[in-house]
Design a binder for this molecule. Sequence first.
Ligand SMILES: NC(=O)c1ccc[n+]([C@@H]2O[C@H](COP(=O)([O-])OP(=O)(O)OC[C@H]3O[C@@H](n4cnc5c(N)ncnc54)[C@H](O)[C@@H]3O)[C@@H](O)[C@H]2O)c1
Length: 259
Amino acid sequence: MVQAKRPLALVTGAGRSIGRSIAQALHERGYAVAVTDFDEESAGMLAGELSPDGGSARAYRLDVSSASSIARVFESVEREMGDIDVLINNAGVYPSRPALEMSEEEWDQVMDTNLKGTFFCSQALARSLVKRGAGGSIVNIASTSAFSARTGVAHYGASKAGVVMLTKSLAQEFGPLGIRVNAVAPGLVEVREGLVSPAYRDQISTVIPSGRIGTPDDIVGVVAFLLTSDASYVNGECIVIDGGFLTGRFVQRAAARTA
Ligand SMILES: NC(=O)c1ccc[n+]([C@@H]2O[C@H](COP(=O)([O-])OP(=O)(O)OC[C@H]3O[C@@H](n4cnc5c(N)ncnc54)[C@H](O)[C@@H]3O)[C@@H](O)[C@H]2O)c1
């Protein structure tokens, strides 16, 4: 029996953490996956796990902060794996630096990776889809930092607010071409041990209505849903995935009763 061809997803920053989980989930759901990352080794390990013979997953070194790297990698992926159908703009950096101490280099690294990279990867996919007369779908990974400020990450919050508006702008420009552009905005996600201290985890969990911080599994299902035909009329939307953190000032019931 001839196997139906898998649709092809390109995931950026897929070597570890949320991007890795997204790449795994899409592969499980029947996509072939171009596993791209700045860190070629981690991308190679995941691609090897997903598809030892390279038939349905391959690794590529991609620096999303460089438009020329993006052009080169999209071209290689299409030559070696076929036409790309969907793109997950996941690669992002979130270093902490007080505004008074921030250098131009630090500002640019965050903006170039999180915002410029999301734009030029989206443009590369859209150009390819238009050339082929095909439709497609893009999901950008924003953050609750787009909507709620946190000290020490002025550049990060601004970049993610930019990603949310970019999602809307590109939905308008690409919508008539049959390309949907959406975003998800995760709250704090514990992507590896030691990212948050036990004390901070306990403290922040008390202000999240769902009572815990997020895991990569909380994110991947929503990303996968946005790619399906069930979401075919969702365009330019940003779905917040934060256990209710952004709903407002959350006071736990027991505490509220005694207040
Ligand atoms: N972890 C969280 O709490 C959280 C919350 C909200 C949003 N996010 C967003 O989710 C995304 C993934 O975050 P994470 O926590 O999994 O991050 P992470 O640091 O664990 O992994 C990021 C991956 O992106 C890659 N990367 C970094 N710079 C790159 C570049 N220039 N080009 C290509 N790849 C690059 C890294 O090599 C790494 O594999 C980011 O966009 C982040 O802003 C994370």
